[in-house]
Design a protein around this ligand. Structure first.
Ligand code: PGA
Length: 234
């Protein structure tokens, strides 16, 4: 059983989500399917998929115009939220420190944070991939994890680029993440791979050791692209 999480980013409409829920209604799968959608689409009901947000505030409430707290996300019935996605890190200056606070807020609200880590092209070329991944895991995860978390390895240079690392690179990154999680007492935490996942590579990627599922951007927007990913593995 794998976790198949979609990230719609700033795309789609409530109607698109209703249509996606309908299209997934009769899919036979034991996998957990999660869709992380814009805030405005949370609250659309579905029996077979869980919804999540793509970010939460570090704050619980107060004078933070435009922010949405983890409690507010939980109030819609959503169960998950992404935190620390590379686009948040890149365009909003989010650091591991901020991501850790957001993950802690999510946990306090009863949400499962999907905590993203991964290296940029510059970091990869400087030979820093492993260092960035390990510090990302150690610094982005709260000290007292009281609840369930998910980690996503997303090589930032590969997102939306149609590029994927080699199987060996994915295996090495996921082994390091699993070992680091074990070292901090979080053995068994699911680790997803994300970046340019599609129907044609999903099964292969999820056959790599320590890959417990995928986080899918572009290919999660349409049922014709997303369903083959969900059904590619048992
Ligand atoms: P992509 O995005 O699948 O479009 O590469 C992945 C992500 O950003 O989570």
């Amino acid at each position: 059983m794998k976790i198949i999480a979609g990230n719609w980013k700033m795309n789609g409409s409530r109607e698109n989500l209703v249509n996606m829920v309908a299209a997934l209604q009769n899919i036979e799968t034991e996998n957990t399917v999660v869709l992380c959608v814009p805030y405005t689409m949370l609250g659309v009901t579905s029996d077979n998929i869980a919804l999540g947000a793509q970010d939460v505030s570090t704050h619980d409430h107060g004078a933070y115009t435009g922010e949405v707290s983890a409690q507010m996300v939980a109030d819609t019935g959503a169960k998950y939220t992404i935190v620390g996605h590379s686009e948040r890190r890149q365009y909003h200056g989010e650091t591991n420190d901020i991501v850790r606070q957001k993950a802690a807020s999510a946990l306090a609200a009863g949400l499962t944070p999907i905590i993203c880590v991964g290296e940029t092209m510059d970091e990869k070329q400087a030979g820093k991939t492993m260092e960035i991944i390990e510090s990302g895991v150690r610094e982005s995860i709260p000290n007292d994890v009281n609840g369930k978390i998910i980690v996503a390895y997303e090589p930032r240079w590969a997102i939306g680029a149609g590029l994927t690392p080699t199987d060996e690179e994915i295996a090495a990154a996921h082994k390091l993440i699993a070992d680091t999680l074990s070292d901090i007492g979080l053995d068994g935490t699911p680790v997803l791979y994300g970046a340019s996942v599609k129907g044609s590579n999903a099964a292969q990627i999820m056959s790599i050791p320590n890959v417990d599922g995928v986080l899918v951007g572009g290919a999660s927007l349409k049922p014709d692209d997303f369903i083959p990913i969900i059904t590619s593995v048992k």
